[in-house]
Design a binder for this molecule. Structure first.
Ligand code: SF4
Length: 384
């Protein structure tokens, strides 16, 4: 890991949404969430997992409830764990009545509301869910998922445009909830493609900067790839103030579920310290030095020291809005530095230097700093 300089993260001014003992939004710390993978009716196993996630630092633990039998297990689960609990309402939205007394948050998917009672308008169903949530002191999440968007919404968009229907669906649900005076909700817009997650959440936040966002990449897969995909999306969103709670979804054995919380908290800490794998612009009018969090691919141990030295050497330019990226290897370094004003990526014996996407050459480790300084001076002069 490279030494931390703390980045003053700007956060969108979202509403405060209380979920049990925590509050998300309004500048509160970004909460990591996870989900139990046990059979919900196996109360002992579910309680054990909820407690393990809670102990790992989960702000909210979600439990799958698909039937009245699952719902019947909730009072005993509630009694066995201090975790803040959330459940997903699947197609049977009326199950809200059975679960809400025992949990802190209900999640519904707008794309699932048309299955049951198809002639009933979705607006009536949302009003029902919000009414139950309000009666039982629960928050709501409007969870829009790329794989299950309301077909009526899809029809209004080009079949190639998967973002448009998700965004429109989320926005109209927010509008309805606001119109009935229910504002204790967050929104999630998830996809398995991190680029789409970035795009749809940025567009949503531009329209509704007041609504707290729950970020996640679906079907991210196994570590380390699943963590990397999610990390890229979170880096690009959280660095720009978007996101109030996060889930890293990983394909791991049940006992390893707390890894989701550890991964989420590591990513959040890295973003706050400028340790990032993609080039991020924190939107600040000051020098932005980012360095990858390092991994087994690092080509030379000197990378860690180099990142620290770059930070110290460039301090004189702290008031210039310039991004310098320091990456540890040739696998990701060449591509990931393209968006930085000046980029360095490390090889076994040399450090490669770039100005935007233009390569300036490879320099021995003991020559790179003066060379970087010369380029930085030139850049400052060009922009003066
Ligand atoms: S840039 Fe290379 S060394 Fe750094 S985290 Fe990415 S893959 Fe690992």
């Amino acid at each position: 890991m490279t030494g931390g300089h703390v980045v003053e993260l700007k956060r969108n001014r979202t509403r405060a949404v209380k979920i049990g003992s925590i509050t998300i939004g309004a500048g509160h710390p970004i909460a990591a969430q996870s989900m139990t993978a046990t059979h919900t009716q196996d109360v002992a196993a579910t309680v054990e997992q909820a407690n393990a996630l809670h102990a790992a630092g989960a702000g909210v633990v979600r439990i799958a409830v698909d039937s009245k039998k699952d719902a019947a297990a909730l009072p005993a689960i509630r009694a066995g764990t201090p975790a803040n609990l959330a459940i997903d309402l699947q197609e049977n939205y009326r199950l809200a009545v059975d679960v809400a007394p025992h949990v802190d948050k209900l999640r519904y998917n707008p794309g699932h509301l048309y299955h049951h009672e198809p002639t009933k308008p979705w607006q009536e169903k949302v009003k029902f869910i919000a009414g139950v949530a309000a009666d039982h002191d629960c928050a709501l999440r409007v969870g829009v998922n790329c794989g299950s968007v309301d077909p009526a919404k899809k029809e209004q968009f080009d079949p190639e445009d998967s973002i448009g229907p998700m965004l429109a669906s989320a926005l109209e649900h927010c509008e309805l909830l606001d119109s009935i005076g229910f504002t204790r909700y967050a929104v999630s817009l998830k996809d398995s493609d991190p680029r789409k997650v970035i795009d749809v959440n940025r567009r949503f936040a531009a329209e509704r900067p007041d609504v707290p966002l729950h970020l996640g990449v679906t079907e991210a897969g196994m570590p380390p790839d699943g963590i990397i995909k999610t990390r890229i999306a979170f880096e690009q969103l959280i660095s720009r103030g978007i996101g109030d709670t996060v889930r890293v979804s990983l394909t791991v054995p049940n006992v390893d579920k707390p890894q989701e919380i550890a991964a989420a908290n590591q990513i959040l800490a890295d973003i706050a310290a400028g340790r990032v794998r993609s080039v991020v612009d924190y939107g600040l009018a000051s020098l932005n030095i980012i360095s990858c969090p390092s991994c087994s691919r690092v080509e030379n141990e000197a990378f860690i020291d180099l990142a620290k030295q770059v930070k110290a050497m460039t301090d004189y330019a702290r008031d210039h809005a310039i991004t310098i990226a320091v990456m540890g290897c040739r696998v990701n370094g060449p591509g990931e530095t393209d968006d930085a004003d000046l980029g360095l990526w490390c090889g076994p014996t040399h450090v490669n230097l770039k100005k935007k996407s233009v390569e300036l050459g490879a320099f021995p480790y003991d020559e790179i700093l003066p060379r970087l300084r010369a380029e930085l001076d030139t850049l400052i002069a060009e922009r003066a």
